[in-house]
Ligand binder design. Structure first.
Ligand SMILES: NC(=O)C1=CN([C@@H]2O[C@H](COP(=O)(O)OP(=O)(O)OC[C@H]3O[C@@H](n4cnc5c(N)ncnc54)[C@H](O)[C@@H]3O)[C@@H](O)[C@H]2O)[C@H](O)CC1
Ligand SMILES: [K+]
Length: 527
């Protein structure tokens, strides 16, 4: 599934209307009709109750007016509240208002109210709130500033009824691009979104406000989307499974790559263990760990399949620049490099990481302390000789960009996209809805994962999985999005099996084979 920004959607609407020749009024009619079908599907029992439709002056309101007309024609108990003066309504929304007015004239009772200001709203508030279900056409993709004027009170009042709310296109008040509520926001029970799902329905806090989301085909021809495909795509089984090549009976461990993982320091040996075991579980042919010798014996006992290459370390048990040459030599016959988990950020380690980032010509997965070691000068990423995947959590991203974590979280898509382009890296911005941004501007949204994964070590496991997939020959882009999808799927499986508090990072590794076999069951090679 593609996700679009408000701007991309507007452009597709424009092309459909101006270049393809399908009138905007037909698009609006389709939107209202399709949303009506979803309303009946989702709230069958409510259709005999009192339905309140709240609309604003824009085209989002126009969609609501179409629904109001059909519901009235069907004899439903429906009342429409238009939150603007009549003369402010224009274009296709006006055409639909006129149709509704004509119909209302033929029906008994008051089915249409104009509420141009706060005073009128306060007079009518109790009448508005007496409905049993609401259709929300107040604000759609046209909103780009915090909700103004008495719309704030209207949204608060509708939310306050506790009744089901069915939002058109996007819950009113939600930023269609970022998924951040703009001051206040309708909390919908279900949302019918038109043409393509808006990015804000999934990014940021979107999912807390949308309820069930369904994308409605309103007649935008396929070729318009394929001409300039949306840049943001939600990963799913159908797009991830084909990335895994079938295994052949003739395969041997050399077929599936050899990853070098440089990780660990005294007190953080677990990070190295988790990354290595995750790479093994991800199907990598061979895994070698470059670690400080101080932690070698504990790491060896915890990683049966991985090999270790103990490196000299200083008195404090962390890797120093002295290990640069042996580590480069160790990388010579490898197919991918993971650098960072548990390394620490001592000055000497920083120098080592900087040198490896500059000099290694292996596909690189840079994570955790590896990221912190280069955060003071991310421009050195431009000197990389091979593809680079960065896997920051929002705090690490803040250090890399000099922004606050809050700013990162408010503009995840924009910041990830810009960073990936600027530094020519694949940026995996972790957090709810992990984003994988490619240097060419395309971004993958990961729908898997859950809060149970917010526990120490899960990032090290992700690094191991991605590095393992890249080492096996997947393109770094595919390894990044497939790794994040698998990692989240393992977490979702565990959350279902054990509950969101009952699992730890190493459980993700244990869950991986089951997730793998589910995902790739249709990829088996015919022999
Ligand atoms: N996707 C499609 O193909 C179609 C979508 N449709 C619907 O159209 C809206 C977008 O309509 P637009 O007229 O551009 O904007 P809105 O209805 O969202 O609102 C604009 C309106 O709202 C007022 N406003 C703007 N900002 C604020 C604010 N901060 N506070 C209060 N009021 C604000 C302002 O007066 C504007 O005029 C899309 O979401 C779909 O639902 C088409 O119907 C069919 C094609
Ligand atoms: K809306």
């Amino acid at each position: 599934m593609y996700l679009v920004t408000a701007g991309e959607m507007r452009e597709m609407d424009r092309k459909t209307i101006e270049e393809f020749g399908l009138p905007g009024q037909i698009l609006m009619e389709n939107a209202g009709r399709k949303a009506l079908d979803m309303l009946f599907d989702h709230f069958p029992k409510m259709m005999s109750k009192k339905i309140g439709i709240v609309v604003g002056r824009g085209n989002n309101g126009g969609d609501g007016l179409v629904m109001a007309r059909y519901l009235l024609q069907m004899g439903k108990d429906v009342t429409t509240f238009v939150f603007t003066a009549r003369d402010k309504i224009k274009g296709d929304a006006l055409s639909n208002l006129i149709l509704l007015e004509t119909l209302c004239e033929k029906k008994e009772g008051d089915h249409l109210f104009f509420i141009p200001d706060k005073d009128t709203f306060e007079t009518l508030q109790s009448h508005i709130c007496m409905h049993d279900i609401f259709v929300d056409g107040l604000l759609g993709t046209g909103l780009n500033t915090p909700v103004r004027g008495f719309f704030k009170e209207v949204i608060t009042a509708v939310n306050g009824t506790g009744c089901p709310i069915f939002s058109l296109d996007i819950p009113s008040g939600l930023d269609a691009d970022t998924g951040m509520p703009l001051g206040t926001c309708i909390k919908a029970t279900a949302t019918a979104t038109f043409g393509f799902a808006k990015a804000g329905l999934f990014l940021g806090h979107g999912r807390e406000f949308t309820g069930k989301v369904k994308v409605m085909d309103i007649g935008i021809p396929d070729y318009i989307a394929t001409q300039s495909p949306p840049r943001l795509q939600v990963s799913d089984t159908s797009t991830i499974a084909p990335l895994f090549p079938p295994r052949s009976p003739h395969d041997h461990k050399g077929t599936w790559g050899h990853v070098l993982i440089i990780a660990g320091s005294r007190g953080k040996s677990g990070a190295a263990v988790l990354a290595a075991n995750a790479a093994v579980a991800a199907g990598t042919g061979l895994v070698t760990l470059g670690i400080p010798h101080d932690i070698n014996s504990s790491v060896e006992t915890a990683t049966l399949e991985a090999m270790t290459a103990p490196m000299g370390n200083g008195p404090h048990g962390y890797l120093t620049l002295d290990t640069f040459d042996p580590l480069m030599a160790l990388g010579r016959n490898k197919t991918a490099l993971a650098l960072g988990p548990g390394l620490g950020t001592h000055e000497e380690t920083r120098k080592l990481v900087t040198a490896l980032v500059k000099e290694s010509d292996l596909p690189l997965i840079l994570d955790a302390d590896g990221l912190n070691c280069i955060a003071h000068d991310p421009s050195l990423l431009k000197q990389r000789k091979a593809p680079t995947i960065l896997t920051p959590h929002p705090g690490e991203m803040a250090r890399l960009t000099g922004l606050s974590t809050r700013e990162i979280q408010a503009h995840r898509l924009g910041i990830a996209t810009q960073f990936a382009k600027k530094y020519n890296v694949i940026l995996v911005l972790k957090g709810a809805g992990t984003l994988t941004a490619l240097p060419n501007g395309f971004v993958f949204f990961c729908p898997t994962g859950n809060p149970g994964m917010a526990t120490g070590g899960t990032g090290d496991v992700l690094t191991g999985m991605i590095a393992g997939l890249a080492a096996q020959g997947m393109t770094p882009e595919d390894a990044a999005r497939a790794g994040t999808f698998l990692h989240g799927a393992c977490g979702d499986f565990l959350a279902q099996a054990k509950g969101p508090w009952g699992f730890k990072a190493s459980d993700l590794i244990t869950a991986l084979p089951g997730i793998f076999s589910q995902l790739t069951k249709n990829n088996a090679q015919d022999i």
